[in-house]
Design a protein around this ligand. Structure first.
Ligand code: GLN
Length: 262
């Protein structure tokens, strides 16, 4: 099976697992089987909570949920998980999806509104701006057009809670952008030097003046996907379904080798 983990140090863990299960059921029912492996066997999913390095080592793909990225980083450091997480994302290149605080964790850089520096996992060559829309009580829901879900899909209800946005893409591969030199960081920090950050979703703010009226709220770079908002707080399984589809595609293409017990 493909073991899909949700990092369970803090934050919205159960909601992700519930939606992952619904998405897997949907995939299984629409394809007859979950999917087939290169050898023709059926691939199934196994969903687990990840709290230790041992559990992470048995995980093929990971969601880092929303919550509080500073807390999550402190707990991960204490449990000896930060370096294993970095290895998972940037050396093994296993599929990872971060929602909200999870997106912050997956950014190479975060600029806080008030907070100081914090440890990150990295993997996305972006700088995020934390708490872009203010405090908890300024949380909101906005309809988002997410073309990656497919043409003609209805808008996705984006739940934004103290959400970060991507304020800069440090695409090392973008032609003509020589500010950011195409050198792997000496500390192995860069997820990769060849695959660009793709913008998968923007939030167009209604009637904003004097500031950019578009925020980048969904990005992908190679194996790493991040969203500013919380699909797990809706009952819309489309993004979870899409992401599990990406995981299965990685298995089919041989980019992700899963345990032999299928
Ligand atoms: N503001 C939080 C952070 O920076 C994220 C909030 C959330 O995940 N809902 O970590």
């Amino acid at each position: 099976p493909v073991t899909v983990g949700v990092l369970a140090l803090q934050g919205g863990v159960g909601e992700h697992i519930a939606l992952l299960k619904k998405a897997a059921t949907h995939i299984a029912s629409s394809h007859g089987t979950t999917t087939s492996s290169p050898k023709g066997g059926i691939i199934e999913f196994n969903f687990v909570e990840v709290r230790t390095a041992e559990q992470l080592a048995r995980t093929d793909a990971l969601i880092i949920p929303g919550g509080e990225s500073t807390t999550m980083a402190i707990v991960a450091r204490r449990l000896g998980l930060l370096d294993p997480l970095r290895h998972f994302v940037k050396v093994d290149h296993k599929p990872v999806w971060g929602t909200c605080a999870g997106l912050v964790m997956l950014a190479e850089e975060a600029s806080a509104t008030k907070q100081g520096g914090q440890e990150l996992v990295g993997g996305l060559d972006v700088r995020v701006l934390r708490n872009r829309y203010g405090t908890q009580i300024q949380s909101f829901v906005a309809e988002l057009d997410l073309p990656f879900l497919g043409d003609g899909e209805k808008p996705f209800r984006g739940v934004f809670i103290r959400a970060p946005v991507v304020e800069e893409i440090m695409s090392r591969s973008a032609a003509g952008e020589s500010d950011h030199v195409a050198e792997p960081a000496a500390n192995g920090n860069s997820n990769n030097t060849t695959e660009p950050v793709q913008v998968l979703g923007v939030f167009r703010k209604p009637g904003a003046t004097g500031e950019p009226d578009e925020d980048v709220v969904a990005v992908r770079q190679r194996n790493v996907f991040g969203t500013s908002f919380h699909p797990e707080l809706t009952d819309d399984i489309r993004i979870h379904t899409w992401w599990l589809g990406q995981v299965l595609a990685a298995v089919r293409h041989g980019d992700l080798v899963v345990s032999k017990t299928e």
